[in-house]
Write a protein that binds this ligand. Structure first.
Ligand SMILES: Cc1cc2nc3c(=O)[nH]c(=O)nc-3n(C[C@H](O)[C@H](O)[C@H](O)COP(=O)(O)O)c2cc1C
Ligand code: SF4
Length: 454
């Protein structure tokens, strides 16, 4: 399936590294078509499992595999599925989160465009496991270009009797609807996504109740990321022990990292959990481009704390990255080079989170705005030491006090930059200039009699 923005390179596996699991599909010819997917045994796992296995058995395999959600929070997938009340008379729903809204993350779009039938096979297995007959794939508004291809795959699978009534001849019905959102970061948050899917403005709900118990239309609903669901067919086919052959004991399997920034080969890389950050950047992404030095890495999408250039030995698994002070998050590895000013980057990120705040709770709505005002002043070289203290205090008060994790997402990068690059903030205050000096501050421009555009 080709689309205007989807020019993807070959899958990179450096010598001595284990081959990928999900990206292994891409080596097969025309795997985006039903014919091509079937040629590599596609849908056979689902066909056999829906016939021969009980739903609980599938949940047990997923639990035993140690698979953790790839959307950001890393919640154990099998455990989440087991929270769905079996005895509930209400319909159950499966929702695939294809919002991919976290800046720096661009893996789900590659999975959907290159191997859409693997996702649908995952949907079939996951829906059966939790007792859902209706599944939705929620795609962000900006990804409208992915919809025709995915809908084509759904229609192909329906025509072949693999989806819909009596899916794959199992006697079990699974319908899939592809839903295009309007484009809002907050609609990636699972409860805001559900409100959006119900036709409302996408605002996060108070939790508990969690969606597994009370989700879409008040019914039990499992929300999972694309990468999570796309992993399921491999687990059911090969078993939990096989999957545990990749990664570490507590973070088994593989993770796709989207590497961006001034590296030689930006792109998506599926790596084994536990690989050092340096190996991702050097062996997979080809190292820094000539003329650029690495300053920091944001390992898990723009909302997580930064790792310094002295932390490249950090193994990329949930526990090690957390011990180093950050998170795996969504796997959006943003490489910050020495041409980037920490104050400027902090302002840029804060503008984004302030703009995307739904405004429902005070710490995020008001705090985000104040952080932006202060960072703008600092960036312009018009800030004071008091501003730095206030910024730290405001970010600290947003953290852990907001209704949803967008508040934390706004606060964490700011706190992390303040801690890692205090000299740059100090320099902006004492000299009115930027250390990196990529852009002249308003103070510098005013001194030279140039127009000050703020
Ligand atoms: C502001 C915000 C944005 C989010 N955006 C996404 C997203 O784009 N895609 C995603 O899968 N999860 C996103 N999440 C996480 C979801 O709320 C949810 O945890 C996830 O979809 C669950 O799937 P998983 O268990 O497979 O990770 C976001 C969370 C927050 C707070
Ligand atoms: S933290 Fe921000 S995005 Fe989340 S509910 Fe509060 S205002 Fe809305």
């Amino acid at each position: 399936m080709s689309h205007p923005l989807g020019v993807y390179g070959p899958v990179v596996t450096p010598p001595g590294r284990k081959p990928p699991i999900l990206f292994g599909d891409f080596a097969a010819p025309a795997v985006e078509t039903l014919e091509g997917f079937r040629a590599i045994g596609g849908y056979e796992t689902a066909r056999a499992a829906l016939k021969d296995r009980k739903p609980e058995e599938i949940i047990e395999i997923v639990k035993a595999s140690g698979l953790r959600g790839r959307g950001g929070a890393g919640f154990p997938t099998g455990l989440k599925w087991s929270f769905v009340p079996k005895a509930s008379p209400k319909p159950k729903y499966l929702v695939v989160n294809a919002d991919e809204s976290e800046p720096g993350t661009f893996k789900d779009r590659e999975l959907i465009s290159r191997s859409p039938h693997r996702l649908l096979e995952g949907v079939l297995l996951s829906a059966y496991a939790i007792g859902a007959h209706q599944a939705f794939i929620y795609i962000r508004g900006e990804f409208a270009f992915l919809v025709p291809g995915l809908e084509r795959a759904v229609a192909e699978a329906q025509r072949a009797g693999l989806l819909g009534k009596n899916a794959a001849g199992s006697g079990y019905d699974v319908d899939v609807v592809v839903h295009l959102g309007a484009g809002a970061y907050i609609c990636g948050e699972e409860t805001a996504l559900l409100d959006s899917l119900e036709g409302k403005r996408g605002n996060p709900r108070t939790k508990p109740p969690f969606p597994a118990v009370e989700g879409l239309y008040g019914c039990p609903t499992v929300v999972n990321n694309v990468e999570t669901i796309q992993t399921v067919p491999f687990l059911v086919k090969n078993g939990a022990a096989w999957y545990r052959g990749w990664g570490t004991e507590k973070s088994p399997g593989t993770k796709i990292f989207s590497v961006s920034g001034m590296v030689n080969r930006p792109g998506n890389y599926e790596i084994e959990f536990g690989l050092p950050l340096s190996a991702l950047l050097e062996e997979y992404a080809g190292g820094m481009r000539a003329g650029y030095r690495l300053k920091a890495v944001i390992p898990g999408g723009s909302s997580v704390p930064w790792l310094g250039a002295d932390q490249l030995a950090t193994p990329l698994d949930f526990e090690s990255v957390q011990a180093a002070g950050s998170f795996i998050g969504s796997g959006g590895a943003i490489v910050i080079d020495d041409g980037v000013c920490a104050v400027d980057a902090g302002l840029n990120l804060t503008k984004f989170y302030r703009h995307e705040s739904c405004g429902k709770c005070t710490p995020c709505r008001e705090g985000g705005r104040w952080m932006e005002v202060i960072l703008q002043r600092l960036e312009d070289g018009q800030g004071s030491r008091r501003d730095i203290a206030d910024l730290k205090s405001i970010a600290g008060q947003i953290l852990g006090r907001s209704l949803c994790a967008l508040g934390d997402a706004a606060a964490m990068p700011v706190l992390s930059i303040l801690e890692k690059f205090p000299d740059e903030f100090e320099h902006h205050v004492t000299t009115g200039k930027c250390v990196v000096n990529r852009r002249r501050t308003a103070v510098e421009r005013a001194r030279k009699g140039e127009p000050v555009l703020v």
